[in-house]
Ligand binder design. Structure first.
Ligand code: F6R
Length: 240
């Protein structure tokens, strides 16, 4: 595990974008595993800026996202599909038909999970971007999720619902369920790039890097992956 500690969120975002851009330049057909949430927004902004200014092309890149809320259609402004379009896809030259997320409004959740798992068999991530939940979750794999899990329907914990409520008008609007890649799907990536920012993540960062490898802290599984880079600002790294 390589841990890079930065002064602040902006420096974290720049460094993370440099890694992503380098992967795309070396492999124009790369499969990028992507995440939503506050942590990667700055990284996506830097990637968009580089695409515009330096012409790094995503024409032949494809993407697979970690997760999506159940019950939200792709045009709902809190859906992760909408997040990806507005924060990245609309600002780079990617072909939208090469972008993939689980479909949160699919009528049969299990069928949709099966479809996504089959897709991930054919699209192994060259890099998987991750954020970190304050309870140690990755994707929406909450504490207790088996390390051999694949894409599944998740009941979100009260902790995660509370964390995510800042983006909704009220906590009652936060979906209670999500479809999420499992830990096995995440671990199949050739490399993993995590971005973490803020004091509220410090405990989880400490457990992930130095603690026991246990499903109680899902991110601790990353200790078993050979190519993990964690970029965290100094607040997130404050307990290391
Ligand atoms: C998002 C995701 C989540 C977030 C995590 C951190 O696709 O899978 O695991 O990465 O909840 O969220 P932020 O970055 O908003 O603190």
């Amino acid at each position: 595990m390589k841990v890079i500690i930065t002064e602040n969120y902006d420096e974290m975002s720049k460094k993370a974008a440099e890694i992503m851009i380098d992967i795309v330049k070396k492999n124009p057909n790369a499969v990028l595993g992507l995440a939503t949430g506050s942590s990667p927004i700055g990284m996506y902004q830097n990637m968009a800026k580089d695409c515009k200014e330096n012409g790094t092309s995503y024409k032949n890149v494809s993407t697979v996202n970690l997760d999506e809320y159940v019950g939200l259609t792709a045009d709902h402004d809190q859906s992760y599909a909408y997040f990806m379009r507005t924060n990245l896809f609309d600002h780079i030259d990617i072909d939208q038909k090469n972008t993939n997320l689980p479909c949160g409004s699919a009528p049969d959740a299990q069928k949709e999970c099966d479809r996504y798992n089959a897709l991930l068999e054919t699209k192994k991530q060259d890099v998987q971007v991750l954020g970190l939940g304050s309870n140690g979750h990755i994707g929406f794999n909450e504490p207790g999720t088996a390390f051999d899990s694949v894409t599944h329907l998740v009941d979100l914990t009260e902790n995660t619902i509370k964390d995510n409520s800042r983006l909704f008008n009220s906590i009652n609007e936060v979906p209670r369920q999500a479809l999420s890649m499992g830990i096995k799907n995440i671990m199949q990536a050739k490399s993993i790039l995590m971005v973490v920012s803020g004091k509220n993540k410090a405990e989880a960062v400490k457990g992930m890097v130095k603690g026991e490898i246990t499903p109680d802290l899902p991110a601790s599984v990353l200790q078993l992956h050979p190519f993990v880079t964690i970029i965290c600002d100094k607040d997130a790294a404050s307990l290391l």
